[in-house]
Write a protein of this length. Sequence first.
Length: 94
Amino acid sequence: MNRIREIRKAAGISQSMLYRQLGWSQARLSNYERGIRNVGLADARSVVSALSAMGVVCSLDDVFPPTTSQKTTSSPRASSTQADGVDSRDGRPA
């Protein structure tokens, strides 16, 4: 999911203004905004850069919020023994 349309509209930027700034077709931007196409990293950076050039203060995470799984900072394979002696990976005694 992305917030291109939401941020663009909040800034008073029309879709045609943004796709022209990006050098894209209207269909391409529309497909990204509606989630029909997935935005790659290079295009995501281009969107943020274009919005910034048009006066919008935003970051990559503002426009393309990380999903819950992307927010995880610890490795799922990491094992830690809690104070009660239980292995946090499988809940069995350490």
